[in-house]
Design a protein around this ligand. Structure first.
Ligand code: NOJ
Length: 520
């Protein structure tokens, strides 16, 4: 096997800075808070930290409304603080990935302020402005991705035209058909690449290419507001900028629910390195659904394309909550970690998943997000509230969102000393992957097994591993088909009660929601 790139070796850990750790008691997480918890990342053995947006922002969408691409919001710290954090991470062998938001800015960004100031402003065409439709009303039928927002157009009284916003009205869409805008966005990338940033997660990247004729979606066999044919050239332009520097990585949020479209972003080798797969991220808890989705991706992806696996982020309900039928949520969260680390591809771990956190309950008066995503954004409980107070070591102040009520039993401090904890399991998984080349670049082959079991082989350099996940909430036997040995060595189980040692494959029973990795 060849040598993996850094982004293929192990997990990329997503930090949602507002909710990670607050150093100054204002209830909102910040860069110093992250810096104070780098031991947690080191112990987790993550290859990289991806930071959700830290740029100056009015926070209408909690940072995904960027008012300045080349600075840090004071609520998070300063540019110097970010430089120091990058240095500290690099000193520990942890890469830093920023979230780049190229589809839209904040309405407070100076570019938009200029653009909306007059129809003749040089920046007018950096955004998407149109006259009313002939009978009045918005120029076309496009809708915001946020259901509560409705139409994707807002009328600007001052200049008498509508501007496009795929999300909030406070997030006007940039016009990527304008070459000056494209060049300015490339310079944003260079600004951060020069500062030593190792890569970018590219927010809603499939939306930076739209039908320039702005035709209606209705009545068309395809959508006109995303994934337009110009996307390939746009991605190649972005990739060329990343490739001006060594070993940089681009992973895109490609929220398209047809995998044939998704693989176009990674198959040619000159666009993105990885694409988040939202078909996978939204699967129901079913071995057959997972098998079919993994098979479909493998069938469509080029041999050189590299998968990114994630089941949780700051926009999706937490794994322990959404798969919580029959009280199996916590056990399934553990099994999911095994799945992500043992599949061929890069595991993405959203902060708190390594603790098996459930969604927090948000009382109506504490709701702050327009799209119902507060529960998965609750702060990290670093210490038990009984010892650290109600802020659970996240803050000494009033947290911007309530913590999950399970904070007492699931705090990082408590789990770190408990060998049976979810955190201990994820640390072991990371260590196993780090010392096992076959888990990094090894070939992958799905294995037929009992209908409730997902099983697959990873092999390379003479090493042969079998991974299996029991999707049932009862014990099941593996019932593997194929040319496999009678005995295997159990390397790791998600079940803390599983005894170590050799096992008989023919009679091996998986516990409810158990996932294992065996060496054949
Ligand atoms: C996707 C981000 O993950 C989400 O949090 C945000 O609201 C939208 N893009 C808009 O930037």
């Amino acid at each position: 096997m060849s040598q993996p790139a850094w982004w293929q070796r192990g997990a990329i850990y997503q930090i949602y800075p507002r909710s990670f750790a607050d150093s100054d008691g204002d209830g909102v997480g910040d860069l110093r808070g992250i810096a104070a918890h780098l031991d947690h990342l080191s112990a987790l053995g993550v290859e990289a930290a991806w930071l959700s947006p830290i740029y100056p922002s009015p926070m209408a969408d909690f940072g995904y409304d960027v008012a300045d691409y080349c600075d840090v919001d004071p609520v998070f710290g300063s540019l110097e603080g970010l430089d120091r954090l990058i240095e500290d991470c690099h000193a520990r062998g942890i890469k830093v990935v920023l979230d780049w938001v190229p589809n839209h800015t904040s309405d407070q960004h100076p570019w938009f302020v200029a653009s909306r100031s007059s129809r003749d402003d040089p920046k007018r065409d950096w955004y998407v402005w149109r006259d009313s439709a002939p009978g009045g009303g918005p120029p076309n039928d496009w809708l915001s991705c946020f259901g509560a927002v409705g139409k994707a157009w807002t009328f600007d009284q001052g200049t008498g035209q509508w501007y496009l916003h795929s999300f909030l009205p406070q997030q006007p869409d940039l016009n990527w058909d304008n070459p000056e805008l494209e060049a300015a966005m490339h310079d944003v990338l260079r600004f951060w690449l020069e500062r030593g940033v190792d890569g970018f997660r590219i927010d809603v990247v499939f939306r930076i290419a739209k039908d320039p004729l702005l035709r209606d979606n209705a009545g068309s066999s395809r959508r006109h507001d995303e994934d337009w044919e110009t996307i390939g050239d746009r991605l190649r332009g972005i990739r060329r900028v990343a490739d001006e520097y060594s070993e940089r990585m681009l992973v895109g949020e490609v929220y398209l629910l047809d995998l044939r479209q998704v693989v176009n972003y990674i198959n040619t080798g000159d666009q993105l390195h990885m694409a988040h797969n939202f078909v996978f991220a939204q699967l129901p808890w079913s071995a057959q659904a997972f098998r079919a989705s993994i098979d479909e991706f493998e069938a469509l992806a080029a041999r050189t394309a590299w998968p990114a696996w994630m089941l949780a982020d700051h926009d999706l309900p937490r794994v322990a909550s959404r798969f919580d039928t029959d009280g199996q949520g916590p056990a399934r969260a553990r099994a999911v970690s095994v799945l992500l680390y043992a599949l061929r591809g890069t595991p993405f771990v959203y902060q708190g998943e390594e603790l098996g956190l459930p969604d927090a309950e948000i009382p109506p008066e504490r709701i702050v997000d327009v799209d119902g995503r507060d529960p998965e954004r609750a702060p990290i409980p670093w210490r038990p509230p009984s010892q650290a107070g109600p802020g659970a070591g996240f803050t000494t102040g009033e947290p911007w969102l309530p913590l999950a009520s399970a904070a007492e039993g699931l705090s990082a401090e408590q789990q770190a000393t408990d060998p049976r904890s979810t955190l201990a399991l994820v640390r072991r998984l990371a260590a196993l992957r780090a010392q096992t080349p076959a888990l990094q670049l090894g070939e992958q082959q799905m294995v037929d097994a009992s209908s409730e079991v997902l099983a697959w082989l990873r092999q390379g350099d003479g090493d042969r591993l079998l991974a299996a996940v029991n999707f049932a909430s009862v014990s099941v036997s593996l019932e593997l088909l194929g040319d496999l040995p009678g005995r295997a060595a159990l390397l790791l189980s998600s079940d803390p009660d599983r005894a170590e040692g050799d096992v008989e494959l023919g009679s091996f029973q998986l516990a409810p929601s158990e996932a294992v990795i065996l060496r054949l």
